[in-house]
Design a protein around this ligand. Structure first.
Ligand SMILES: Cc1cc2nc3c(=O)[nH]c(=O)nc-3n(C[C@H](O)[C@H](O)[C@H](O)COP(=O)(O)OP(=O)(O)OC[C@H]3O[C@@H](n4cnc5c(N)ncnc54)[C@H](O)[C@@H]3O)c2cc1C
Length: 456
């Protein structure tokens, strides 16, 4: 079918002002803020209803045109830039907050609801509840984040955001609506079980299985008070044990680590950022005392920081990314690796060595996930977007890091296409065989974000 005929069909499904194949509209969808090279997009559509999503998917399946679901498009690793052309489906118009169930603490939302939108809505209407959101810009979607095993506030206490999904409504490539979780049986979107749990198929599959139109995400009680107890650790080998001890005492809502060569005073130290919460000053003081004692025992020390710096760290989402723009070229991308705690010292070494080798200021960190069950360790590479050589340098550093992470036993998170292939190379063959069979069953024409997770 000719391109203009496809455009006409898309315009029959969605109002023409939300369908485009114009170069100036496609340009912005052909790249993301990370280090990937731009790639070709044929159409962009912005549906408003489930029925419109269904009809576009049916058309794409009939014509064998790739379709790429996109939320905020801020994953940085090229996951929403088509590898084989096709239709980018921008979900931002599907932005209804359908229900807040405050008793069972979940939000039922459409896939285009952003983290800023849900946070603002809860602050206004349910000030005793908080959503799990990342430290990313507020224009990212709750769905896009949860669907990549994102993490952020509350992750140390309750796990990564993929674990917080109670239920999904998904349009599969046959154009039908499927429900997963308790919503497949009950009017309440309150839990994933007790039935075979198929929700995992849609997490970290990068839009290769179907298009999520609704999801239920867990909400959490918002404590009255929140504070930070900073620590400084000189010897990274002390960190795994120290973190295990902190999580064991159950005093931390969140734990972040920061390792940077700039500003100069940070060089050679790990900056420990422990968020504590409570209902009274007394509770916060007790938790602070426990943490100070734990820091001391681990040959680390408590650090008092000026109030204006503390306030920056207490912001949601916080300043993190601004600090990474050392090259003043507006670009950064990171390898975020899921690792067991004992790998933290090794990853500090790997990240520092690779950064220095590529002439990039080391900017590393970690976020604890699920009471110390794992950590997301990030190694961030800044680059100047106006300089193709500098971008290539960052891509090389990212690739080298993915390899090194896999070698020592970690797993790159939200990996770009090259990283996905490295993971697949190392994956157990039977896992791959099953993944391929499931994918072929769900998407026999290979239309969903093709190229990603492709088992060769
Ligand atoms: C400055 C900065 C800070 C960041 N900090 C964090 C952080 O603290 N924690 C963290 O987890 N991440 C962080 N990120 C990474 C990323 O921005 C977030 O994880 C973000 O929430 C991803 O959501 P998105 O809406 O941008 O997803 P997108 O990039 O739009 O999509 C992500 C993936 O999900 C798929 N997808 C999106 N919507 C759907 C759908 N409806 N159906 C099926 N598949 C879909 C896409 O195809 C893609 O593969 C950060 C990024 C930046 C730029």
């Amino acid at each position: 079918m000719q391109n203009d005929l496809i455009l006409g069909k898309l315009e029959e499904i969605i109002e023409p002002s939300f369908v485009s194949n114009r170069m100036e509209d496609l340009y912005i969808y052909s790249q993301d803020p990370g280090a990937s090279l731009p790639r070709k997009v044929d159409y962009v559509v912005m549906p408003e209803t489930v029925e419109q999503v269904q009809e576009v998917v049916k058309l794409a399946n009939k014509e064998k045109i790739p379709i790429i679901p996109m939320g905020g498009g801020l994953t940085l690793s090229g996951l929403v830039i088509p590898l084989k052309g096709g239709i980018v489906m921008d979900m931002k118009r599907m932005n209804k907050i359908i229900d807040i169930n405050s008793q069972n603490r979940y939000a039922l939302i459409e896939a285009g609801v952003t983290s800023g939108q849900l946070l603002a809505y809860l602050n206004k209407n349910h000030p005793d509840l908080q959503p799990p959101i990342p430290d990313a810009p507020p224009s990212v979607t709750i769905a896009g984040n949860a669907l990549i095993h994102g993490s952020g506030y509350l992750s140390q206490k309750y796990g990564d955001h993929g674990a917080m999904i109670n239920g999904l409504e998904v349009i599969l490539p046959d154009g039908e609506v499927y429900k997963f979780g308790s919503c497949a049986i009950s009017d309440y979107w309150f839990t994933r079980g007790p039935i075979p749990d198929l929700i995992g198929l849609f997490i970290s599959s990068f839009g290769t299985m179907g298009i999520v139109t609704k999801l239920s995400i867990k909400l959490f009680p918002k404590p009255k008070m929140r504070d930070i107890v900073f620590g400084l650790c000189k010897d990274p080998n002390n960190l795994p044990e120290l973190i295990t001890k902190i999580t064991h005492r159950e005093v931390a809502e969140d734990i972040l680590l920061g390792i940077q060569d700039k500003p100069d005073w940070m060089k050679g130290y790990t900056f420990i950022i422990v968020y504590i919460t409570g209902e009274s000053e007394e509770e916060l003081n007790n938790k602070t005392k426990i943490l100070k004692a734990l820091y001391r025992k681990a040959n680390s020390r408590y650090m008092k920081v000026p109030k204006h710096i503390e306030d920056v760290f207490l912001e949601k989402p916080q300043f993190a990314a601004k600090a990474a723009d050392f090259r003043k070229g507006g670009g950064f991308e990171y390898v975020g690796a899921f690792i067991p705690l004992q790998l933290i010292p090794k990853l500090i070494q790997i990240g520092t060595d690779i950064s220095l080798k590529h002439g990039i200021v080391p900017t590393l960190g970690a976020r604890l996930i699920g009471q110390g069950h794992s950590a997301m360790f990030f190694i961030s590479y800044s680059f100047n977007r106006a300089d193709p050589k500098d971008m290539e340098n960052a891509r090389d550093a990212l690739h080298e890091t993915n390899k090194a992470v896999l070698e020592v036993g970690g797993i790159p998170w939200k990996a770009e296409i090259e990283g996905q292939q490295l993971i697949l190379e190392k994956m157990d063959p039977n896992y791959k065989k099953l993944l391929k069979a499931i994918k072929n069953l769900i998407d026999p024409n290979g239309i969903m974000n093709p190229g990603n997770w492709e088992v060769k």
